[in-house]
Ligand binder design. Structure first.
Ligand SMILES: [Zn+2]
Length: 336
């Protein structure tokens, strides 16, 4: 025990007392891709007492370029990310509790998933679930660390209910899906999520040990340009979440799916999306899919599924009745 953490307890910011606090802590990591694998590996190695990792996806070859916990065997064994992460991390540190959960986090289940946690960490690739984390964490007064990375850049900010601005203060409305780049259309290089995941892990340690150095700013980094910026974010007076209106948690916004009976298709509704520019979306999808569009609809095919998108953000995914697959593909290629 002493040997395992000796280099960390020597560090005065942690010490023996901090190590005990880490050991008594319970964190929930939502999303186990590039960010989540970095965060999980840091915190499990650091001796956080219990770590819950939630992710809905399986591992694919194009994940290995940046998702540090996974390997080719996991793909051959067809393991979900949460299970592979749990298995690998248990071999790293058998003295702590690690729980992998394979599920889609949404407004019906998030409160159950984060209940009792000391801290929630964002390892996500979509905005919608971040607004949901924000609502649930504010409601239950659990601090959370926001982090996102794409292309060569990323950003992170700590959100502590009652003390700091929240994620909705930061981006008050759901942005148009076409301006939200996703990893599947814009690409990503590993140093971007690595550095953001590392910053999230450091903030997690500080929050868990009760350090006075906990960061208050939004930090934005571009590893290709070599730029590091910090921004002071103000609390918005009209922020619904800060006033206790949890619209995402109530299921008022967010992507909704309906299986279209007899058509072998799923309809995806995105009430939070405003008018969608199909021209802009076509330009963004061009590198990854065959796209055709007119002023009424846009059509593209990925992974053997044809998706038809309308200017109000609505989409129909053909050739499946799997609603969670439809939500996943919508988040990947259209965003939000
Ligand atoms: Zn707010």
């Amino acid at each position: 025990m002493i040997d395992r953490y000796s280099r960390q307890t020597l560090f005065e910011g942690i010490g023996e007392e901090g190590q005990k606090r880490l050991g008594n802590s319970y964190v929930v990591i939502i999303g186990c891709g590039a960010l989540g694998t970095v965060i999980a590996t840091s915190l499990v190695r650091a001796g956080v007492g219990k770590t819950r990792i939630i992710d809905r996806d399986f591992i694919e070859y194009h994940n290995l370029q940046r998702q540090v916990l996974f390997n080719e065997d996991d793909i051959r064994d067809q393991l979900p990310k949460a299970i592979a992460a749990e298995r690998h991390l248990k071999k790293v540190n058998s003295s702590v509790e690690i729980e992998g959960i394979v599920d889609d986090v949404n407004y019906t289940n998030i409160e159950r998933f984060i209940g009792g946690a000391d801290l929630v960490l964002d390892g996500l690739d979509n905005l919608e679930t971040r607004f949901l984390i924000n609502d649930a964490c504010l409601k239950h007064r659990i601090p959370w660390v926001y982090g996102g990375a794409i292309s060569s850049s990323g950003m992170t900010m700590n959100i502590r209910p009652g003390e700091t601005p929240c994620f909705r203060c930061l981006s008050s409305t759901v942005p148009n899906p076409e301006v939200v780049l996703t990893c599947d259309t814009a690409g990503v290089i590993s140093p971007a999520p690595f550095i953001i995941g590392s910053l999230e892990s450091a903030e997690a340690m500080k929050i868990l040990v009760g350090a006075k150095e906990i960061d208050r700013d939004l930090r934005i980094i571009d590893v290709w340009q070599g730029t590091f910026h910090r921004f002071k974010i103000a609390r918005r007076k009209d922020c619904p979440a800060c006033q206790g209106k949890y619209e995402f948690l109530e299921g008022r916004f967010g992507v909704r799916t309906t299986s279209l009976c007899g058509q072998n298709a799923v309809q995806v509704l995105n009430p939070g999306a405003e008018h969608l520019s199909l021209e802009e979306l076509a330009r963004r999808l061009k590198p990854v899919a065959e796209v055709s569009y007119n002023e009424f609809m846009l059509r593209f095919t990925v992974d053997n599924h044809e998706m038809i998108v309308f200017p109000d953000g609505r989409a129909i995914l053909r050739n499946t009745t799997d609603e969670s697959l439809a939500r996943g593909l919508y988040a990947r290629y259209i965003g939000a």
